[in-house]
Design a protein around this ligand. Structure first.
Ligand SMILES: [Zn+2]
Length: 302
């Protein structure tokens, strides 16, 4: 990964995405923001439990710092209400979207549920619009098709991945923008690693189709691929065995099953829980933590 410092902010880039001059992207560390513990410091999410949430003004200032670091501060920026689904939504200027992620209008500082779309992957072909999602252990999956010039960020926690998130986003890029999977480049960013991601047998059952989600069940056409992608290991320690999910490899396999070429998929190999000094980790901080931003945009002329 390429590490870039912008004053006190630090973000990472995938080398195979950074080679495209028309593409801007950054996966931010938690450094260089305004928020206080336990959100210190570059937290860009307010969608946390009501009884414990970060100061909304700090969140907005952090979002602005994020866009400034990438020189995107003059542009509209859209985001999603992330719900651990495999739902994909394409930004277009026809539907109603709030584009003031970092600079909300004074009379409506906080985004309300009504003004933000519920989904877990955001796609656009439109230069000049910035897309941003926020993470803490779930896998950020960045996709770019340099032929059709389509960008996407997907949010792959265990629930979204069990619902086929990586398959769904490639399918949507193909169906909505004509992207050929063999052209798509993907990067799987910092997320909780197999080293730290102990899960219950119920989780494996959902991946393998032995049980189904009560809500938003995995689509039938994804089930075989989700099952084939599922990567679990059993670790033995202190005379106890525990089941661990490999979120990186499971998403890599889903992208591969969706038609991406092996050489076009890059893993960051950074475990958020092992690197909690640099990244927010939901598991590592017992749920009391922030979310770090991942941002992509296409330049208007390149
Ligand atoms: Zn780890």
């Amino acid at each position: 990964m390429i590490s870039v410092h912008h004053g006190p902010q630090r973000y990472l880039q995938f080398p195979h995405l950074a080679q495209f001059p028309e593409l801007v992207h950054g996966l931010f560390t938690r450094h260089g923001g305004h928020s206080q513990s336990p959100y210190q410091s570059l937290n860009t999410s307010t969608s946390l439990k009501a009884e414990q949430h970060d100061d909304a003004d700090n969140v907005v200032r952090n979002r602005a710092l994020t866009l400034q670091a990438l020189n995107l501060q003059e542009r509209p920026c859209v985001s999603l209400w992330q719900i651990h689904s495999a739902n994909v939504i394409a930004y277009n200027s026809r539907d109603e979207w709030r584009t003031d992620w970092a600079y909300p209008s004074a009379y409506e500082r906080s985004w309300t549920p009504a003004s933000i779309h519920k989904a877990d992957a955001l796609i656009t072909q439109q230069p000049g619009i910035t897309i941003a999602l926020s993470f803490a252990d779930c896998a950020p999956i960045l996709l770019y098709d340099p032929v059709e010039r389509v960008i996407s960020i997907a949010h792959g926690g265990w629930r979204g991945t069990a619902r086929g998130m990586s398959i769904a986003v490639v399918e949507a890029m193909h169906d909505q923008f004509g992207c050929q999977p063999a052209n798509i480049r993907a990067g799987i960013g910092p997320a909780i690693g197999v080293c730290c991601y102990e899960v219950s047998e119920d989780v494996r059952d959902l991946f393998l189709g032995r049980s189904i989600f009560d809500d938003m069940p995995t689509l039938p056409r994804y089930r075989d691929m989700v099952s084939a992608s599922a990567t679990f290991i059993t670790l033995e320690a202190h005379s106890r065995s525990s089941l661990h999910l490999d979120l990186w490899e499971t998403n890599r396999r889903q992208l591969s099953l969706a038609g991406l070429l092996p050489d076009h998929i890059t893993l960051s190999d950074i475990c958020t829980r092992c690197h909690v000094a640099d990244f927010f980790s939901y598991r590592g901080e017992n749920g009391r933590t922030g979310r770090f931003p991942v941002v992509m945009a296409l330049k208007e002329s390149a």
